[in-house]
Design a protein around this ligand. Structure first.
Ligand code: ZN
Length: 113
């Protein structure tokens, strides 16, 4: 499950931030998950729970912020929303569309103690 390595990445990032900024507990983690990232929010929540056990993330709440997929059409030059990586332009039907957003998964914000 690739969410497991992503969750471990999130934990690593937060542990590094804790060392730099001197916080010892995390209440809430906001994670942005792009529509086109291939990350399943439910799987992410499950893996987050698993990796947080015994760490400063234990008991923290995971808030998933959904980010829509977006692209720019080569054909008609307009921006379009994408539900999937290989979606056609919603304006003119052209494929492929240059993907401009929604492929990432990142920690957006932390509420810490
Ligand atoms: Zn188009």
């Amino acid at each position: 499950m690739h969410e497991m390595s992503l969750a471990e990445g999130v934990l690593q990032l937060i542990e590094d931030a804790a060392r730099d900024q001197g916080f010892t507990a995390v209440r809430t983690v906001w994670v942005e998950i792009g529509q086109l990232s291939g990350v399943e929010p439910e799987a992410m929540a499950f893996c987050f729970d698993a990796v947080s056990r015994g760490t400063l993330l234990e008991g923290a709440r995971l808030e998933v912020v959904h980010v829509a997929g977006s692209g720019h059409c080569y054909e008609c030059g307009r921006d379009t929303e994408l539900q999937a990586v290989y979606d056609a332009c919603t304006h003119c039907g052209a494929v492929p569309v240059h993907i401009t957003g929604g492929t990432e998964m990142r920690v957006k914000e932390l509420e810490v103690d």
